[in-house]
Design a protein around this ligand. Structure first.
Ligand SMILES: Nc1ncnc2c1ncn2[C@@H]1O[C@H](COP(=O)(O)OP(=O)(O)OP(=O)(O)O)[C@@H](O)[C@H]1O
Ligand SMILES: [Mg+2]
Length: 332
C-alpha cells in the first residue's frame, strides 16, 4: 500500500518563557504535545478545538515555520520519504513545493506594500516555476482566475480588497507551487457567512481538481463536518479523539467532543428540542502548567475513576475501526 502523504509522529512544540526578576526561571508552554496522525492524499483532516489549544502552532510546525522540539514529520510526495526536520537543499525545494499554508488572518499574512502581482508571483519566482516576466504575469492571472478573481486585480494592493477576496489571494499564492498538501488555518474566519460558503466550495472544487490533501483547521464544527473526511479533536496541545468524520460526529466518545458537538445546531427541530446540551464550564487551563493526569479532568463531567483521571494521562486508543479516543472511560 502507498504510504500516506504526511506522517506526523509524537510531534512536540513548546514555547519557552523566562520569568522572575531575581531568579530567572524558564517555563514551557506546551502548544503541541505529542501529536501523532497520518494524512492520505486527496483527503481532508479537520483539526478542531477551542481557541489556544494549539491548532495554528500544529499547522505552522508542519509547514516548517516553527522547528519542532521533538517527534517527526515525514512527507511522501513521490515515493521517497522526506524527513522535514533536517532536509538537504534538494529536499527542501521539494518540501516548499509540496506543502503550503493559507493563514488565519489574510490581513496580516499578505505583505501590504506588495501588489497582487508580487504576492502571488513570488513563489513562482523562488521555485523557478516560470521563466521571464511574461510567463509569470500570465501564470499569476491564471491563478487569480482559478480562485475567482479578475485579471485586472493583478496591480491592486491587499487593502483594496474585501476580506473574502483577500482570502482568495492567500489561496492563489498557496496554489502557485501546485502543492500536494495545504494547511488551511481557519480559512473563512475573517469573512461573513455568505462569503464563507463560497470560499469553502472553492476549496472543495480545487481539492478535487488538483488532487490535494488538506489539513483543515477550524473551531467551527459545522464547517469541519462539511469539509473533512477525518477529524482530530485537540485539547491543550493533545489529540483526544481522532477518526472518520462520520464516526466522530455520529458517535462522539470523548466527554470534550460530546460537549463541543452538543452546542452544534441540528437541522431536525424535534431532535434539536430533545437534544441534551452539555455546557463546558470553566476556561481552558493554562498550557504552561497543564493539569496532571487527563488534561480535561478539571472540566470533565464523566470522571470514571477520579484518582486515575487526576493522575494518569490516557493514551489515544482505537475503540472501533478508524476511531480513537484518549479517555479512561474506554480504557479500563
Ligand atoms: N509565537 C508564540 N510564542 C509564544 N506562545 C505562543 C506563540 N504562538 C502561540 N503561542 C501560544 O501557544 C498556544 C497555542 O496557540 P495557537 O495559536 O496554536 O492556538 P489556536 O488553537 O490556533 O487558537 P485560535 O483558535 O485562537 O487561533 C497559546 O497558548 C498561545 O498563547
Ligand atoms: Mg489559530
Amino acid at each position: 500500500m502507498a504510504k500516506p502523504l504526511l506522517e506526523v509522529k509524537n510531534l512536540k512544540k513548546f514555547f519557552t518563557f523566562q520569568r522572575g526578576l531575581v531568579k530567572r526561571k524558564t517555563f514551557y508552554l506546551r502548544a503541541v504535545d505529542d501529536v501523532t496522525f497520518d494524512l492520505e492524499r486527496e483527503k481532508t483532516l479537520g483539526v478542531v478545538g477551542e481557541s489556544g489549544c494549539g491548532k495554528t502552532t500544529l499547522g505552522k510546525t508542519i509547514v516548517g515555520l516553527y522547528p519542532p522540539d521533538s517527534g517527526s514529520i515525514t512527507l511522501n510526495p513521490n515515493g521517497n520519504p522526506i524527513n522535514t526536520l533536517n532536509p538537504n537543499d534538494e529536499e527542501l525545494k521539494i518540501i516548499r513545493k509540496t506543502v503550503q499554508m493559507v493563514f488565519q488572518d489574510p490581513q496580516s499574512s499578505l505583505n501590504p506594500r506588495w501588489p497582487v502581482r508580487n504576492i502571488v508571483g513570488e513563489p513562482l519566482e523562488i521555485l523557478k516555476l516560470v521563466s521571464g516576466r511574461k510567463e509569470k504575469e500570465s501564470k499569476v492571472i491564471e491563478l487569480l482566475e482559478t480562485v475567482g478573481l479578475k485579471p485586472e486585480h493583478i496591480n491592486r494592493y491587499p487593502h483594496e480588497f474585501s476580506g473574502g477576496q483577500r482570502q482568495r489571494i492567500g489561496i492563489a499564492r498557496a496554489l502557485a507551487s501546485q502543492p500536494d498538501l495545504m494547511v488551511l488555518d481557519e480559512p473563512t474566519s475573517a469573512v461573513d457567512v455568505s462569503v464563507q460558503a463560497q470560499v469553502l466550495n472553492l476549496l472543495k472544487d480545487l481539492q478535487k481538481e488538483k488532487k490535494m490533501a488538506y489539513l483543515f483547521i477550524s473551531h467551527d464544527l459545522g464547517v469541519v463536518h462539511h469539509m473533512a473526511d477525518e477529524i482530530a479533536v485537540q485539547y491543550l496541545g493533545q489529540i483526544v479523539e481522532y477518526g472518520d468524520s462520520e464516526k466522530v460526529f455520529n458517535n462522539p466518545m470523548h466527554p470534550y467532543t460530546k460537549a463541543l458537538l452538543s452546542a452544534l445546531p441540528v437541522a431536525d427541530p424535534e431532535f434539536e428540542a430533545h437534544k441534551k446540551r452539555i455546557i463546558l464550564t470553566g476556561t481552558l487551563p493554562n498550557a504552561i502548567s497543564p493539569p496532571p493526569g487527563c488534561r480535561f479532568h478539571t472540566r470533565c463531567k464523566e470522571l470514571v475513576d477520579e484518582k486515575k483521571c487526576k493522575s494518569e494521562c490516557p493514551a489515544l486508543k482505537e475503540v472501533e475501526k478508524n476511531h480513537k479516543v484518549a479517555c479512561w472511560i474506554y480504557d479500563r
